[in-house]
Design a protein. Structure first.
Ligand code: 6PG
Length: 240
């Protein structure tokens, strides 16, 4: 695991944008496409906006990117809580990624159907062996959740399917989410974590005993890939 520490969320977002552009350029020298899973939440918004502007807007070969999502809130695309809507508004509407390369988790069909459909797409796209995403971007909630793997939910222990849906009582909504088996096959996973409210969970996730039901982010450990934690000083306050 590599921990990257920054003064604040702005410095972190600038650094992650550069890191992503470098990773994309290096990867595209070896292979024809770059596959990324975006995260929801509010932390990536600034990163997206930096990527959608100079110099990255011109530097990155957007035509070779294939975009997926780590999780989705099962609300209509027009709803401000929809993760895909956020990504379109902050990034995808501003860069030339071909529409056929953008795979949203649908919310115009039932969450179960949407998960089944996404599972099929991913199996076709990745095949059954080897690495999956070139990069999975993740956020961590104040409670230690990541993706829609919330503390105390069964999905934290999913071993088989790559995508699933469930009703998240605490938020009174369905969630559609990738699961550990496919995420941990990624070549690279990067958590973006900022702000004082994350400090306690960050300490427990990185330094505490393994309690996946309490801190589901602990289950994210790439089998063969790289794990990066990009954090700001406020989030890192309880790390010694
Ligand atoms: C979601 C997420 C979720 C998110 C964290 C962190 O749809 O809610 O994808 O896992 O990444 O809750 O969110 P913030 O960046 O808003 O703190």
């Amino acid at each position: 695991m590599e921990l990257h520490k920054f003064r604040d969320a702005e410095a972190l977002s600038e650094a992650v944008a550069k890191w992503i552009a470098d990773v994309i350029a290096a990867t595209l020298k070896r292979q024809p496409r770059f596959t990324i899973a975006l995260s929801g939440g509010s932390t990536p918004e600034r990163l997206h906006k930096i990527l959608a502007a100079a110099p990255y807007k011109e530097q990155i070969d957007w035509s070779k990117l294939h975009i997926f999502w780590g999780d989705e809130r099962a609300v209509p695309f027009q709803d401000s809580r929809n993760n895909a809507k956020m990504a379109f508004e902050t990034l995808l509407n501003h860069v030339p990624v071909p529409a056929a390369h953008i795979h949203v988790m649908r919310t115009d069909i039932s969450p179960e159907q949407s998960a089944t459909e996404y599972e099929k797409i991913l199996h076709q796209y990745f095949g059954e062996k080897g690495p999956s995403f070139d990069l999975v971007l993740l956020g961590m909630g104040d409670d230690g959740h990541t993706l829609s793997l919330f503390p105390g939910t069964a999905v934290v222990h999913e071993e088989k399917v790559w995508v699933t849906s469930f009703f998240l009582k605490a938020q009174d909504m369905h969630r559609i989410t990738l699961t550990r088996p496919i995420v941990n096959r990624a070549a690279r996973i990067a958590f973006l974590t900022t702000g004082p409210k994350k400090a306690h969970a960050l300490k427990e996730v990185l330094k505490g005993e393994y309690h996946p039901d309490l801190y589901p982010s602990q289950t994210i450990m790439p089998q063969a890939g790289e794990l990066h934690w990009f954090v700001d000083d406020a989030a890192a306050a309880e790390l010694s």
